[in-house]
Ligand binder design. Structure first.
Ligand code: NDP
Ligand code: GDR
Length: 333
């Protein structure tokens, strides 16, 4: 099978290209002169808003498909003839995974088998990246988690991602695929979906600052996360696929703070005291919480030369400023 275009450009196929990471990864790869293809199920009414925001919507070739549909994956590979395959598709909202356990397990877990089979049956030289998650650590078995920390997922989403991780390892070990699993800790950006806590806080702080909202209702303020910037994290994904040998890597900042502290930083960025506006709503607590995660990206630093560039304070400022701008332009209500 012909791998590169006559001009020698590398070719990447991204599932989940319309999501937060998909958009940043597409921009990164286009900047490296890749030809970028994205699998899109065309579910949302404005699915391409993130690609538009990063001004790459015209440069990504969209292919219709769904990771739960093997034949659509085979067609996408035939059309794109990728040298690299990034599997970012998922039902990625942890809280929803208790309401939709079977869908979550199908899309975020089982479907990885479809993707790996599609690669195995078409072109085993395709390099594969699987978007695994720190949610596999769940009830953490070590104070700082790395590639050797045992898994104890706490949600259907976490269980699905543990399956996806081991399937990736298995195809590497049993079929010799260049298949890597990135165990990424939380990463955020102005393109984060509004259901996630960081975006809920940045939008809430911005609305309250502009007098459009009085209170912000949140769940567990004591949960701690190791939050980084999505733009930094997609670079780690790409670096994994440039290695001679595939492997698994934790990607994290090595600093964790509570949801409460995230609120404090966000509200203080607009000169407000979060304690006057944030209200705890017990209905927003999870059925089983991941109380704390903290990652060590020492292996990624040593082997990939990767380290995060953006501080938490810079990330929060970027998100709050973006939401202020959206409100002022009427893009967000
Ligand atoms: P998003 O939720 O923003 O994006 C998920 C993407 O998957 C969307 O483009 C969505 O398309 C697509 N998708 C959903 N179901 C299917 C399906 N059946 N077939 C094809 N595409 C589908 O997630 P992120 O960008 O934040 O995350 C990217 C990946 O990384 C996900 O796998 C996530 O689980 C994982 N991850 C994310 C972390 C984070 O902190 N952001 C941390 C660790 C892992 P549509 O909008 O049409 O539904
Ligand atoms: P998470 O992210 O579950 O870590 O998964 P989320 O932002 O949803 O929750 C983080 C923590 O905040 C607490 N929390 C709230 N969460 C939400 N969504 N809404 C609230 O109102 C609220 N109040 C408190 C939660 O209880 C939790 O402890 C993200 C996703 O991107 C996954 O796909 C990814 O794999 C992991 O990060 C790593």
């Amino acid at each position: 099978m012909e791998k590169n275009k006559p001009d020698g450009r590398k070719r990447a196929l991204i599932t989940g290209v319309t999501g937060q990471d998909g958009a940043y990864l597409a921009r990164l790869l286009l900047g490296k002169d890749y030809q970028v293809f994205g699998l899109v199920a065309r579910r949302g009414s404005d699915a391409l808003w993130r690609l538009r925001k990063l001004e790459v919507d015209k440069d990504v070739t969209l292919l219709v498909g769904d990771v739960t549909d093997l034949s659509s994956l085979l067609r996408a590979i035939e059309q794109a003839q990728p040298t690299e395959f990034y599997n970012l598709a998922a039902q990625s909202f942890v809280d929803k995974s208790w309401d939709l356990p079977s869908v979550t397990v199908q899309v975020s877990g089982m479907a990885v088998t479809n993707v790996l089979e599609a690669i195995r049956c078409t072109d085993r030289k395709i390099r594969f990246y699987q978007a695994t998650s720190s949610e596999v650590f769940g009830r953490v078995q070590a104070p700082v988690q790395d590639e050797s920390t045992p898994f104890h997922p706490r949600s259907p989403y976490g269980v699905a991602k543990a399956f996806a991780h081991w399937m990736t390892v298995n195809y590497r070990e049993s079929h010799g695929l260049h298949a890597s699993s990135g165990i990424l800790f939380n990463h955020e950006s102005p393109l984060r979906g509004p259901e996630f806590v960081t975006r809920k806080i940045s939008a809430g702080a911005a609305r309250i600052k502009l007098g459009r909202q009085d209170r912000l209702k949140l769940g567990n303020l004591d949960a701690k996360r190791d939050w980084g910037f999505a733009g930094d994290y997609v670079d780690a994904m790409w670096r994994m696929l440039q290695q001679d040998a595939a492997d698994d890597y934790v990607v994290a900042t090595g600093r964790n703070v509570s949801v409460r502290e995230f609120c404090r930083i966000a509200f203080s960025h607009v000169g407000l005291d979060y304690e006057k506006f944030v209200e705890v709503d017990p209905a927003l607590f999870r059925r089983a919480e991941v109380d704390t995660v903290l990652g060590s990206a020492a292996k990624a630093k040593a082997k990939l030369g990767w380290s995060p560039k953006t501080s938490l304070e810079e990330l929060v400022a970027m998100m709050v400023d973006a939401d202020l701008g959206r409100l002022e332009k009427g893009i967000l209500s």
